[in-house]
Design a protein around this ligand. Structure first.
Ligand code: M6R
Length: 607
């Protein structure tokens, strides 16, 4: 949440900061601001409610600057106003922040800052505190160190001292930050998307280290003042991967990228047709010896986990629990050294998921994470990591990341079947061959359904409610379908186990209420069809998804989508495409910006 960028160097900082902000805008987009050192070493500050384009319109284009910081906000403390937008300037300090300062109220009281603020934010208190110590010591490092000792919570700060032109100071705890010193100057940002126009080489800023960016270098020291060398990494994707490349929205582009990223995620992990993680240093023992599996994640990643649970329990017959990370982290979970904890996160920065991971480790469990962003905090803190190869996912609504999270969960299942001897090699090869050929079923859906989905989306776009129903695995996918629909189309969408509707929720079914019914599982097919008839009888508009070739009488549904799968276990992949496109075209029909849905942000780094 919130995107931050800083630059100092020979190029014009205003353009770099604005471009960086537009690339980070998916992290938060209710207001934006920047601060630039001008040629006469004054600070030019501008902040505006709205998207980065609004800030750009209001920026003085004649300003020449070689050093600046910028912020795009997702409000936590204080409403969406110009005053609450970052940066905040207090005395000699101009500062911006991603995170939450939990003890800001105590600091305000203790230091007598109350009544002296111009905003309602927790951030301004950090600026006050650093300024307070800067006035006392006249030393930026001491001022930052003293303040960081006092501040509790999560933060990534970029700080400029008004009497130290050309330099940016930065420090973080939990909230992400990456940096790079290049021939074109020094850059710092919330994530690498803002850096790739200039460099592929970067480093993850370690927690509680102070960085000083100058036009030629970045120096880093720990809290004791010892110099620390950064560990450099390389971005593994091209700059085009973070562009729309002709698509009207990132979300649509990312939906269409799915066959490619699916194959990239699965293929290199097959050895003689058997899933193999030895190249990634994952020992078979963690898959072989665990007595139970605990999956922890948030949102879409958690829904991928629900599918993973169904598949693992079905194929392995070992207990799997799926927990929402924000609940798990404050529970006393029943896990120990015999539990394998699988943590799933696209960003690798979701704060609740990170806290859940840390808790799992304190319980003695081994943590295997499924993460998209290389070098992210969750990846670094896990015992083992399996990266998904989705490339950058920019749209707030997750699509391709979900698909590859599922792919990795299926690979883990296949490997566990192998090491636990739950199936013959032949059977496992057939399982992985079905997994791999899901690339084709995903592609087939992309090639064939878009017009049909679009027509349906236009039909349901102005409904108030929608229901997604299914049994077993179909129920697990429908959860994600409902989330996708509600987050970008703002239709109240609920997923229900098809057999459970009649215990209350069916009261909400009336004439033309859309019901997206998934019936791809043979063993419960007839039961699901009966449940669909129950809603149809009450006037629902039924969009049915079944396997190809299944005969369904005309009175069961209003429209029928067929997905080409041989084995029921793999129907999630083509079904997900239908559900994603339905959500996308519904939001499209309503004229919404599905890349930046209201109230949301891509990376949830606050509790
Ligand atoms: O980065 P993560 O996978 O940890 O993010 C978890 C959720 O915030 C995320 O999946 C969210 O639900 C998506 N916006 C859904 O499309």
């Amino acid at each position: 949440m919130c995107g931050i960028i800083g630059y100092t160097g020979p190029l014009q900082a205003r353009g770099i900061v604005l471009l960086g902000l537009s690339q980070l805008e998916y992290r938060g987009y209710d207001s934006a601001g920047l601060a630039l050192f001008t040629e006469d070493n004054k600070i030019y500050l501008q902040k505006k409610v709205g998207q980065v384009s609004e800030l750009e319109k209001n920026c003085d284009k004649s300003i020449k600057s070689h050093c600046g910081i910028g912020h795009t906000r997702w409000a936590t403390h204080g409403g969406v106003t110009d005053a609450n937008a970052h940066p905040h300037m207090v005395g000699s300090v101009t500062l911006l922040h991603n995170g939450i300062i939990e003890n800001y109220h105590t600091i305000q009281k203790q230091y007598g800052f109350e009544g002296l603020t111009t905003s309602e934010t927790d951030t301004e208190v950090a600026a006050q505190l650093i300024n307070y110590y800067y006035q006392e010591y006249q030393d930026p490092y001491l001022a930052i160190r003293k303040s960081i000792d006092i501040i509790e919570g999560s933060f990534a700060f970029c700080i400029m001292f008004n009497d130290i032109p050309g330099k940016i100071f930065a420090v973080r705890n939990v909230s992400p930050m990456v940096a790079s010193a290049t021939e074109q100057g020094s850059f710092i940002a919330s994530d690498v998307t803002a850096l790739i126009p200039y460099t592929r080489s970067y480093f993850v800023v370690p927690e509680y280290h102070i960085l000083t960016l100058t036009d030629t270098a970045i120096e880093m020291e720990d809290m004791k003042g010892n110099r620390v060398e950064p560990e450099l990494m390389e971005v593994s994707w091209d700059v085009e991967a973070a562009q729309k490349n002709g698509y009207p929205h990132f979300m649509l582009k990312e939906i269409y990228e799915q066959p490619e990223v699916f194959q990239k995620t699965v293929l290199p992990r097959l050895l003689g047709g058997i899933p193999d993680f030895s190249a990634e240093g994952i020992p078979d023992s963690i898959l072989e010896e665990c007595k139970q599996i605990q999956i922890v994640a948030c949102g879409t990643a958690m829904y991928a986990g629900m599918v993973g649970r169904a598949i693992i329990e079905q194929k392995l017959r070992i207990p799997v629990t799926v927990s929402v990370a924000s609940e798990f982290r404050y529970d006393t979970p029943l896990i120990d050294e015999h539990t394998l904890v699988i943590v799933i996160s696209q960003s690798g920065e979701t704060i609740d998921t990170l806290a859940a991971l840390r808790l799992a480790k304190t319980c003695g469990a081994k943590v295997l994470s499924i993460v998209n962003v290389k070098g992210s905090t969750i990846a670094r803190e896990s015992d083992y990591v399996l990266y998904t190869h989705a490339g950058p996912e920019i749209a707030v609504a997750s699509t391709k990341a979900y698909m590859v999270q599922l792919a990795v969960l299926y690979l883990i299942t296949g490997r566990m079947m192998y090491v636990r001897k739950k199936a013959s090699d032949e059977e496992i090869r057939e399982f992985t061959s079905n997994l791999l050929s899901s690339t084709d079923t995903i592609q087939h859906m992309l090639d064939t359904i878009s017009q049909k989905v679009r027509t349906q989306a236009e039909k349901i776009a102005f409904s108030t409610d929608a229901f997604f129903i299914g049994r077993g695995l179909d129920y697990a996918f429908s959860l994600e379908g409902a989330l996708k629909m509600k987050e970008i189309s703002y239709i109240h969408a609920e997923a229900y186990a098809a057999g459970e509707l009649k215990h209350g929720t069916i009261a909400l079914i009336e004439e033309n209420v859309p019901v997206v019914a998934l019936a791809t599982q043979d063993h419960v097919f007839n039961k699901t069809i009966s449940n669909i008839r129950e809603v149809k009888a009450r006037g629902a508009y039924v969009i049915l998804i079944t396997k190809e070739g299944v005969s369904v009488s005309d009175d069961v549904c209003d429209i029928h989508f067929e997905v080409p799968v041989k084995d029921d276990c793999f129907s999630v992949f083509p079904c997900a495409v239908v559900l994603q496109m339905l959500a996308y075209y519904t939001a499209y029909a309503k004229g919404y910006d599905m890349d930046k849905p209201r109230n949301l942000a891509k990376s949830v780094t606050v509790e």
